[in-house]
Design a binder for this molecule. Structure first.
Ligand SMILES: [Zn+2]
Ligand SMILES: [Zn+2]
Length: 363
């Protein structure tokens, strides 16, 4: 049996179609037939050589959904269901060591320095090769945290839970206070930002304000529950700030979430927060130019909580899947393009040209 896969062999070159013999399963491994694989902004960074974690050659794709074809171990999912052939599954894209300081003492496994990530830092040069989602089949190691999903859902709808959704839930998880009745600003209406809007409303935020550029994205943010959308191309930064202040009796937002992927967004976001507010920086995923930070006015005088959010943990995957299942109609609308696996290069181009909200490769 063979598996076709799209392989990144060289940075800034198109992915190459390759055929892999499906190898014998590693001890406790699981063979998965991939139904849907999300194309993430990170994939584009990796293809351009901007993500320092990327080994070559690699099968990209860290947001996949599939069916268990073979399993040679007794294994249970994150909710206690015994996994069997024929089950549809989603999984935590990262596998941690469970032995280091971050896994065992700090209880922050997402910071494990030995974290292995499907489609991100595992090369297809090494056994068992099929370790990324841009492939017909994948092999999961026995340590993978898996969640069984219902077979009556469009698998494409759930890919967002594997990466952006889980990261968004991680962001809310680090808050020390509930966001009930609070005003939340989300910067950036990509998949991560839209997920943050849905989650913020689910958690009880009274006002969710989305700041973004393209009108199509802002329209979706409204459908996702945003109470106010501010178009960056129509309003100046001062005008946007005034709108946030007007809505908060001149205090500023309780919480700002950066979901743009650009460090520069912080320069605006810091000015939108009230004194004592919290900033969650979730979108910046690759090294970027430093930005000037006015430590006195923006950080100390405001007693600001400035929080970076790096990837996610298995509990966040469970939470993200739950949010998607309760808001299926919104997340279906998020998917603007469905392409087949062999069109992966076109898919990356759509993401690069920002024509798409979410692109999914399907089998
Ligand atoms: Zn991703
Ligand atoms: Zn560890």
């Amino acid at each position: 049996m063979k598996s076709r896969a799209m392989v990144l062999e060289h940075f800034n070159k198109p992915l190459v179609q390759r055929e892999f013999e499906i190898p014998f399963l590693p001890d406790g491994g699981i063979l998965v037939k991939i139904f849907a694989s999300g194309v993430c902004g990170s994939d584009l960074h990796m293809a351009k050589g901007e993500d320092p974690r990327t080994p070559l050659p690699i099968i990209l794709g860290h947001e996949a959904i599939g069916e268990v074809l073979d399993i040679n171990t007794e294994k249970y999912d994150l909710k206690g269901h015994k996994l069997q052939k024929g089950d549809w599954i989603i999984w935590n894209r990262g596998i941690v060591c469970n032995q280091c300081f971050w896994c065992k003492v700090a209880k922050q496994p997402y910071l494990c320095p030995y974290r292995k990530i499907y489609g991100i830092n595992l090369s297809c040069e090494h056994y068992p090769y099929l370790l990324g989602g841009y492939s017909e089949y994948m092999i999961l190691f026995k340590e993978t945290d898996i969640l069984k999903i219902s077979t009556n859902i469009d698998p494409s709808t759930l890919v967002i839970a594997a990466c952006s959704g889980a990261t968004a839930m991680h962001a809310f998880d680090v808050l020390t206070e509930p966001i009930l009745s609070k005003t939340v600003v989300v910067q950036g209406a990509g998949p991560l930002g839209v997920f943050c809007v849905v989650a913020a409303k689910s958690l009880g935020a009274s006002n969710v304000i989305m700041i973004s550029g393209a009108q199509q994205r802002l329209d979706l943010a409204i459908k996702a529950g945003a109470d106010l959308v501010l178009n960056r191309y129509e309003l100046t930064e001062d005008e946007r700030r005034k709108r946030v202040l007007d809505l908060t009796n001149n205090r500023g937002a309780d919480l700002v979430i950066e979901a743009t992927g650009s460090s520069k967004a912080l320069l605006e976001g810091l000015n939108l927060l009230r004194r004592g507010g919290t900033y969650l920086v979730t979108g910046v995923a690759v090294p970027q130019e430093p930005i000037p930070l006015d430590v006195y006015h923006n950080l100390v005088l405001k007693n600001l909580h400035l929080q970076g959010v790096w990837v996610s943990d298995s509990r966040h995957l469970v939470q993200a899947v739950d949010i998607v299942l309760r808001n299926r109609d919104i997340f279906e609308k998020l998917i603007t393009h469905r392409l087949n696996l062999l069109q992966a290069n076109e898919a990356l181009k759509l993401v690069e040209e920002r024509q798409a909200l979410k692109v999914v490769l399907t089998s």
